[in-house]
Every structure is written in C-alpha cells, then in structure tokens.
Design a protein around this ligand. Structure first.
Ligand code: GTP
Ligand code: MG
Length: 407
C-alpha cells in the first residue's frame, strides 16, 4: 500500500450519534494503515438522506478539512451513491465510508483462494452500484483506503464488465463451497463434535484456539486478524475428541455485502455442535459487542445451538467481576493468554457434549464385536483394547441407543 510512495491518507471521521462508534471506526482506520487527523460528530436522530450531514455541519466540515489539511473523510455509515456525489460536490475531497474501510481491511487480510474471491465479490458489488457517483472518491488513488483489491485498472471497468466478473466469481465460489460441503460431510461421518469459536473481532478467539491446539494461527491486537477459518482436532482429558474452528470476527455494522460474500465462512457456526462465544471482558463496549454477536448469529440462521460464553482476558481485570450472559447455557471466566480457567472451560465442554449420553466401559467378547460398530456410529468411542477375552471399550453412547441396543 505504500509502494506508490504517496503520503498516508489523512482522514477525518464523521459520524452521527455516538462517540464510541467513532472510536471503533478510528481503530479500523489504523488497521487499514491510514491516519486520523480529526473527528466530527453530529447529534442528529437520523442520517440526512441527501448529504449524510445537515447543511450547517457540512460547511463546518469543509472548514475543518482545510484547517487540518485532510485528504479525505470517512463516514461511519454506508453511504448511498447520491450521498457520496453530493458530499463530494460540496467538500471537493475524497469521501469514504465505513463499509469501504472494512472491505479494504478484508482485502489486505484474505489469504486463501476462497477468502480472496469473497472479498473481491463484496468489493465489486459495492462498487457496481456506485460507479457513477464516485468520481474523486474511487478514481483518484491515494495512499491507502479504497485503493486495494481490484486496482485502478479494474476500477475503470464499466458496469457490464463488473457484472461479468461478479458472475464469474460467484461460479468459482460455488465450486469452492461444494468442496467445503464435502469436507463437512466427512466431518459428520466421523462424528467428531464441532466446537465453533465466535465473537466480536479482537475478543481473543485465535489466542484461545492457539492455546488449545498449538496451531500458531495469527493473533494480533488488530481488528479482523482472522479471515480464513481454521480447523484443528483437540483431545480432551476424558479422551473425547473435538474439532475446534476459529473464524472471522463480527463487528457492529458489518457490511451487508461482506455478510453475503462471507456467508459460507461465517456459517461455520451453523455446523457446530456447541458455540463458544468469546467476549473481551476489558472492552467498555462489551455489552454492545455481545449484542452484535447474537444479532449476527440470528441473521446467519444459527439458532438453538448450545452456547457457552467465555469471558476472556480476565488477567487484565483489576478485581473479580460478576459477568452474566443470559443467552448462554453456562459462562466461564478465562485468560486465553495465561491459560487461567481454561481447564474448567474444557470440562464444561465435555460435560455439554456428554449430556444425555451414558458412559460405557464394557468387554465385548469376540463374537459380539459387531456391536462396537453401533457405538462408532452413534456415540463417541474413547478407547478400544484387545484382550484375550474380547475387546474392552470405553465410550459415550446416547441414552436412546444405550437402551435400544442394550449395550
Ligand atoms: N491480556 C490478554 N490479552 C489477550 C487475551 N486473549 C487475547 N488477547 C490479546 O487480544 C488481541 C486479540 O486477540 P486475537 O486472538 O487475535 O483475537 P480474535 O478474536 O481472533 O480477533 P479477530 O481474528 O481479529 O476477530 C491480541 O493482542 C491478543 O494477544 C487474554 O486472555 N489476555
Ligand atoms: Mg482471530
């Protein structure tokens, strides 16, 4: 992004409503490697449909831009093509929005083939509807935001070309997704329960994932450090095997195009047996973050899954706190960094998995070893030992199966 040796973008944040939302936007801007030189908040109830800000504020902003020598502004909501055009006319400067910034971060972070297709798809969809409006904002290249991904040449593609490319990417994505379905099918067959880590971005999902699996997945004090889902097998103390998945974090006002494009990635949670909801306990916005996570899960159709909420980063709390989540079956307080509380969490996972299951320790004489197959199919085979008299098995078996087959 710095190759063109241009100066970093100097941006002014513009929002309506709450200061805290601008704090998060500022973090997003730094993640996208641009600089914030000022901010302006309007206390309106609603976004102005034509110009985002009211006319008085817009004039104020114009003066502020000059005073601070800004190179662009970033609005905290997704702008319509008309809003961009009208603001450009008044301000004569690059107009960016929250969506574009998030798209830019995703573009820089996508590593896998699938991730890259998903980001480009989301970017093109965003641009397709704004091609006419964005003269200055998308055509002039600055030192950063809004410039990555398809690149300048592609930005000049007309609508028709963009739509062709969108169809092509969709077809490619479909292929990748079919592959993923197959992998999921295999997982189902193996019957290893899947535990999905979900949570707001920067909550510590990857840190917990690494602590449990030793996988060395990227963990960073940045928003959206993880884009591509990772899966690893972990064996619990009781012998129970689980598949742990680490995925992309959620955020307030996650752009619609991204949710759509990343649906398959985000939907990992849909295939999970248990959801581990990781929460950054140190964030002043903790409640809002939890709310956003539950809203996003509902939007993705992830309902009726057992949720275990993990209040993370307790090593940073000065004193113990009472932390509640009424939507969770159970809550845990841990530090993914130091490992404090992790054993209790693992025991909780095991308890949840083996609920409604019976622990079996039994010798199957050699003429009856066929019955072990039933356990394999419906339960969790923990161990098998071949002895003189037969096979000694330890396993968890669902109660119905236990009764039906008289295991
Ligand atoms: N002190 C402390 N820091 C933690 C803990 N867990 C995570 N962190 C830090 O929090 C930051 C974010 O951690 P990640 O694991 O990357 O968060 P994530 O939820 O995977 O974030 P995204 O992938 O961006 O959604 C990193 O700087 C971690 O070192 C913890 O228990 N204690
Ligand atoms: Mg992560």
């Amino acid at each position: 992004m710095f190759e063109n040796k241009e100066e970093k973008e100097r941006l002014i944040l513009v929002g309506i409503g709450e200061e805290s939302s601008l704090d998060e936007l500022e973090e997003l801007i730094y993640t996208a490697k641009a600089t914030v030189v000022g901010r302006m908040l309007q206390n309106r109830e609603m976004v102005h449909p034509g110009t985002y800000l009211g006319s008085g504020k817009l004039q104020e902003l114009r003066e502020l831009i000059e005073e601070l020598d800004a190179t662009g502004i970033v609005c905290d909501d997704e702008l319509s093509p008309a809003q961009i055009r009208n603001m450009e006319d008044v301000l004569q400067i690059k107009i960016l929005d929250r969506t574009l910034v998030i798209l830019d971060i995703f573009a820089a972070r996508a590593n896998t083939h699938e991730g890259k297709i998903q980001v480009e798809l989301a970017q093109l969809k965003y641009r397709a509807t704004r091609l006419v409006g964005m003269r200055r904002s998308l055509s002039r290249l600055g030192g950063g935001i809004g410039t990555r991904g398809p690149g300048e040449k592609k930005l000049e593609m007309d609508r028709r070309l963009i739509h062709n490319r969108i169809s092509q990417l969709k077809a490619e994505l479909k292929e990748v997704m079919t592959h993923r379905e197959i992998t999921r099918g295999r997982r189902d067959k193996n019957k290893i329960p899947v535990i999905a880590l979900v949570g707001y971005t920067n909550a510590g999902k990857s840190t917990l994932f690494n602590y449990l699996t030793g996988a060395g997945v990227l963990e960073e004090d940045k928003l959206f450090a993880t884009l591509d889902p990772a899966v690893r097998q972990v064996e619990l103390e009781e012998g129970q095997k689980i598949l742990l998945t680490d995925t992309v974090g959620f955020i307030h006002k996650l752009p619609h195009h991204l949710v759509e494009a990343f649906r398959s990635t985000l939907e990992e949670a849909k295939y999970a047996d248990i959801i581990l909801h990781v929460v950054d306990t140190t964030s002043p916005q903790m409640e809002m973050h939890m709310h956003v996570v539950y809203e996003t899960l509902a939007e993705l159709g992830v309902v009726d899954k057992p949720i275990l909420t993990v209040f993370n980063k307790i090593d940073l709390l000065e004193q113990p706190q009472v932390l509640k989540d009424l939507k969770a079956k159970k809550t845990f307080q841990i530090s993914a960094k130091t490992g404090r509380g992790v054993d209790a969490l693992l025991a909780g996972i095991n308890e949840e998995l083996t609920k409604n299951q019976v622990y079996v320790e039994k010798l199957f004489p050699y003429e009856r070893v066929g019955e072990i197959q039933v356990i394999r199919q419906y339960g969790q085979l923990l161990s098998e030992e071949y002895t003189e008299d037969g096979v000694v098995v330890t396993a968890y078996v669902p109660i119905e199966i236990y009764n039906k087959y008289n295991i």
